[in-house]
Design a binder for this molecule. Sequence first.
Ligand code: LLP
Length: 418
Amino acid sequence: GVGIYQGSDGYMYCDGLRIDDIRAQADASPFYLYSKERIRQNYQAYADALQGLDSIIGYAVKANNNLKIMQYLRELGSGCVLVSGNELRLAMAAGFDPTRTIFNGNGKLPRELELAVENGVLINVDSEFDLANIQAAAAKVGKKARVLIRINPDVDPQVHPYVSTGLAGSKFGIRNTHLQWFLDQIKADSNLELVGAHCHLGSTITKVNIFRDATVLMVDFIKQIREQGFDLKFLNIGGGLGIDYAKKGEVLPTPKDLIDTVRDLVSSLGLTLIIEPGRSMVANSCAFVNTVTGVKSSGRKHFIVVDGSMAELIRPSLYDAYQHIELTAPHDSEVQTFDVVGPVCESADFLGKDRALATPAGGDGLIVMDAGAYCMSMASTYNMKLNPPEWWVAEGSQLQQIRKGVTLEDWMRVYEGL
Ligand code: LLP
């Protein structure tokens, strides 16, 4: 098997290894565990889907910024999408080709923009002040800035409001009513080269016709922009493809479904397509592995208390997100309805609610699945829960640590000399 799955013996596996054996070897808890092969297959699904199109796969680093994972995706041929100067530095450390790298965001800082211009990274223009900052950065660095214009197409991605980004009321991008002003500014500045248009609708999207609708609108903008003499090369349709969190056998669109719905539009214009997948590249490659501390009941309510928490994995608390939970070993104990909670001091600290699970004992393993995207990268240190270590299984059965856990010593270093 590949990825995180239940074997026919009832144990949970990561590729060829039993997670319980990995728990014994890792000698740490909680921790993140990845399947390197699953990441490869996810990348390959995009690469295959894009066959015959000029394209850049811009992996959205915000989903998971583990340096080893970034390096691996770069080796496979990926570009990347960044939202901060530190993500940009990390991408350079991972060896990404700057010309296949996009710097995006509504609040890019002048010093971050200078770094991007210096490195020749593609930059998205998000607003009037952002354009002014990009112009200033290009002038200061003495280099041309290659920019894309981020258009807010006002298309509803039909997802949680916190992960909708391309609606009229969103803080991201430029409404088309202002487009001409931006084009005039860019035309007048010899430090700027307008090379493309970008949009991003949201995340966890499960209907590809939404991407089609947005692309139809974007194609119109591209035509308008080209009519004014700009030599646009890139159409960037962002990221956002959802994954199967629910595990109820629902058939979700694949990268191929996504690309096929926009292929004709992109090729008819002779454009290079940029896509920015984050979640669909890494989410299902990973389990967040916990140890059960104990089981308790309060009246009719039953709780499994584990050592992981909202500090390491906040998606359930923040978005009411469902991530599937399994015990790592088969049990013949009573199946009950549990809330799976951590030790953090507030009621928002849960990893799952109302889950039918066998009753575990203290010391047993429990995993939260699909934890490869927006889990470790959104970890906090609330209650001094320092960031956990990460491992992957490589070549089917090689357990390798890909990040160390933060120690109290690391933590105390910021006070040195004060
Ligand atoms: N490109 C842009 C401009 C984005 O804003 C995002 C995500 C992506 C690409 C990648 O989208 P993906 O393929 O991963 O859906 N923290 C939330 C997700 C926030 C997504 C923000 N933007 C979560 O845990 O669900």
